[in-house]
Design a protein around this ligand. Structure first.
Ligand code: T4K
Length: 402
């Protein structure tokens, strides 16, 4: 418990937590279970090239998402890049700048020009109205991102894409296990791409997959991910090594088994944050989850209003870090303000006001297996202390004695 500002770790006090509290999920599978599955890989002496565990993971994921095809790959970035190539795109792709930089980098790898679209400040997702204004004769596709697991307005984007004969695909890296209008993410647009990075709620250490109901798209992805012909050959512009290993697949299968429990934990943490943060002026959880849908609650996103809270987001992140709370500033700066895009597309740098606003205000707080409900209560009480003592803390941080 902090009684005075001297107790803050940033001013030399003992940190709030002994161990680091991470934003990444870092949900570990049961060790005995893990050992048994790895023993299986050793016994089969079969490590990669579409082994039995990758096939099993693809079947299980297809069942889970109620989608026709799953194609597992090395990671989310490679999956997205390959999806863009398999769609046969050329020209401009409309994409939000409020996303992880990988979303946009994949387009460049696929030889495409990203055109940055602003987001809806309420949902943080690509604005279909603003996307409509960016369409021209060079536009070939829209790439939406289901940020924080909240699905984009797929219906409006589908209408926009079909009216303008554009491809539509989604970066669903955050949205495993989420549904939209009762349909699991994985079934929208031409193809949806997921990440199974170590920090995701579904974790294969590294890994990713594409989900699609389009037979030809799935065939192309399967052909492309394998640099030489084993599987039936469907024409693709170029091939690559995008395979998932058996070790990744085992991690993924164990994580899929644990997913319902991990989601429930995240949900309990979300509601604990929600009730413990209530009444703290200037800190809020933007856009609550639609409880009629399935959600994974994997990102705990907080809006810091500096005028009301008395400290800005960056000051809060810095103070929390010294208390061993590794809050993250996803995503800061917006992709349009990072190199090389800020130079290449300088003309659009000031045209994304909602993106810039959110980049300056949001932070993510810890969730996942290493965080308990008591930790949340403690952290929120700490934030309440910061709010009450904000001007004193601000002045001390700024080097001015109050
Ligand atoms: N699209 C979107 C919208 C994405 O968010 C991502 C990835 C992608 C596409 C691409 O998918 P992949 O190619 O990655 O499959 C992290 C992740 O590296 C990245 O996967 C993720 N998005 C992004 C949002 O976050 P960093 O640089 O913030 O991660 P890092 O290493 O700082 O880790 C976050 C926290 O977790 C830290 O406190 C450390 C902790 N951690 C991390 C790892 C890797 C651990 O405790 N153990 C670990 O093994 O990017």
């Amino acid at each position: 418990h902090k009684k005075t500002t001297d107790d803050l770790a940033v001013f030399g006090g003992a940190p709030l937590f002994k161990d680091h509290k991470h934003v990444g999920q870092i949900n570990l599978p049961d060790w005995e279970h893990f050992k048994k599955e790895f023993q299986g890989i050793f016994d089969r002496v079969f490590f990669t090239n579409h082994g039995p565990k990758v096939n099993e993971l693809e079947d299980r994921l297809a069942d889970f998402l109620k989608v026709k095809h799953i194609v597992c790959m090395t990671n989310g970035t490679i999956s997205l890049m390959m999806a863009a190539r398999c769609l046969g795109l050329q020209g401009e792709v409309i994409v939000p700048a409020f996303t992880f930089i990988a979303t946009v980098q994949t387009l460049v790898w696929a030889g495409l020009k990203p055109v940055f679209c602003d987001v809806d400040p309420a949902t943080h997702n690509i604005s279909p109205q603003k996307a409509a204004q960016l369409i021209n004769s060079n536009t070939c596709a829209i790439l939406g991102v289901h940020l924080w697991g909240r699905p984009c307005d797929t219906r409006q984007l589908e209408t926009l894409a079909s009216e303008n004969k554009l491809a539509l695909f989604f970066d669903a890296a955050h949205a495993f296990g989420c549904s939209h209008r009762g349909i699991m993410v994985g079934n929208h647009g031409d193809v949806e791409v997921f990440s199974m990075h170590a920090t995701k709620v579904l974790n294969a250490a590294e890994g990713g997959f594409a989900a699609t109901n389009d037979d030809l798209m799935a065939d192309k992805l399967r052909t492309m991910r394998n640099f030489h012909a084993n599987e039936s050959y469907t024409p693709v512009p170029v091939r690559i090594n995008g395979k998932m290993s058996e070790a990744q697949a085992v991690m993924g299968l164990l994580s899929l088994e644990d997913f319902p429990a991990n989601r429930e934990r995240n949900k309990a943490l979300y509601y604990a944050y929600s009730s413990n943060l209530s009444g703290i002026e200037g800190i809020s959880l933007p856009a609550s989850f639609d409880e009629n849908e399935q959600n994974n609650y994997q990102y705990l996103v907080v809006d810091v209003e500096p005028e009301t809270f008395g400290l800005n987001r960056d000051e809060v992140v810095r103070i929390l870090e010294t208390e061993n709370v590794l809050a993250r500033r996803y995503f800061m700066p917006g992709v349009h303000r990072t190199l090389p895009f800020s130079k290449q597309y300088a003309e659009c740098i000031d045209k994304l006001p909602a993106t810039d606003f959110l980049c300056g205000r949001l932070m993510q707080l810890p969730v996942g297996q290493s965080v308990s409900i008591e930790d949340v209560a403690r952290l929120c009480e700490f934030l309440r202390f910061c709010e009450k003592n904000a001007s004193k803390i601000h002045n001390r941080i700024s080097g001015v004695n109050s």
